[in-house]
Design a protein around this ligand. Structure first.
Ligand code: FAD
Length: 330
């Protein structure tokens, strides 16, 4: 089959226990934009057990055709089953490109698919577009985020992963119509994997937070996180952090904002003792109002700030807490 025979953009519709991960809707929105530019179609691959009813949601958010693989073997995320079932869908649809969320699931599955198809995979893309020659181009930070590389993949389908909150989903349109096609999957009884138990962990969903109080290396010791948590609690905010705090094991990676952490777009982002490295700001630059507290008036974060308080966080934060408490009457 020649490379020209591949057409359309396929989104892997990630779902867990019947709930579609919102990155899927964002990817469908981007896939629509790309497909319209190429005059091609948007496909969604929906894998799971009794998950077929989610197809209409995918169509409302931009899919022209949903390939559904419904099998009890896909009830839990066994990567070997998911890989084989997804390969069947890809073989049927022959898309020009496959878009997947850079989630734990996407990051586990995508490399296996790309290895099986002997095709290129570009991870953590920040943009995707069609160039003037009609080529699918993937943009991602390179050299520690100091440049943005534009990557074209020679083999097809091209594969890209994109982090949650990178793109915007299009408006849900319940009048949209699309096709649903079932794909059979039998698969082996034993893949060598066995899910013994699912242990839920407390997960911080910082990407969806409306208010974030983020802290960086301006903090002197782990115990001082308490004042940041106190401020966050008063503001009903989620605590964010720069990477050094995560590397030092002061706080879990779920809280990290930036290039190798999470992309956030809160209404209010308070950056305390954070210098504003390119790797940090790439994750928060689309926030609504940015308020920074830093003792260095020349800290690069100033450029991204609507309000910049020059001062020692150990003096400013307790005062802020006091004032907010007074206002709240607590
Ligand atoms: C491949 C790669 C990926 C990376 N990914 C990320 C990422 O996802 N997220 C991320 O954040 N970083 C990331 N980094 C690290 C990044 O390059 C910076 O090192 C990091 O962002 C700096 O964190 P910081 O601003 O907390 O610390 P610093 O740069 O050390 O800044 C501390 C700031 O606190 C101020 N300060 C000090 N004391 C006080 C005080 N008492 N009161 C008020 N202000 C004070 C200082 O003036 C300074 O501006 C990455 C780096 C690499 C190479």
């Amino acid at each position: 089959m020649s490379q020209e025979d591949y057409s359309g953009f396929m989104v892997f519709a990630e779902q867990h226990d019947g709930v579609i991960h919102p990155v899927t809707f964002e990817l469908l929105g981007k896939a629509r934009e790309l497909a319209e530019k190429k005059g091609s179609k948007v496909y969604a691959a929906l894998l799971g057990y009794n998950a077929g009813s989610l197809s209409s949601e995918l169509i409302y958010y931009g899919a022209d055709r949903v390939y559904v693989v419904d099998s009890e073997k896909l009830k839990v995320f066994d990567v070997m089953h998911y890989k084989d079932a997804f390969l069947k869908v890809i073989e049927k649809a022959k898309p020009e490109a496959i878009l997947m969320g850079a989630t734990n699931t996407g990051r586990t599955l995508a490399p296996r698919i790309s290895a099986a198809l002997k095709t290129g995979l570009t991870a953590d893309c920040t943009d995707l577009f069609i160039d003037e020659k009609g080529n699918f181009i993937q943009v991602r930070p390179a050299f520690s985020g100091n440049i943005f590389a534009h990557i074209g993949t020679k083999t097809k389908p091209a594969m890209a992963t994109v982090r949650y909150r990178t793109f915007k989903a299009i408006e849900k349109d319940t009048s949209r119509k699309g096709e649903v096609e079932k794909v059979e999957y039998s698969g082996p009884d034993d893949t060598g994997y066995k899910v013994l138990e699912k242990i839920p962990r407390e997960k911080v969903n910082i990407s969806d937070a409306e208010v974030i109080v983020a802290v960086g290396k301006g903090l002197k010791k782990k115990e001082d996180l308490k004042i940041i948590e106190d401020l966050a609690k008063l503001l009903n905010a989620t605590v964010g952090a720069s990477r050094p705090l995560v590397d030092d094991d002061w706080i879990s990676r779920d809280h990290q904002v930036g290039f190798s952490g999470n992309i956030v777009k809160p209404k209010i982002y308070i950056a305390i003792g954070i210098s504003g490295s390119p790797q940090h700001t790439v994750g928060m630059k689309d926030s609504g109002i940015v308020i920074s507290i830093n003792k260095d008036p020349n800290a690069p974060i100033a450029e991204y700030s609507d309000y910049f308080i020059v001062g020692d966080l150990y003096e400013v934060v307790p005062k802020l807490i006091e004032e907010i408490k007074k206002k709240k009457g607590t």
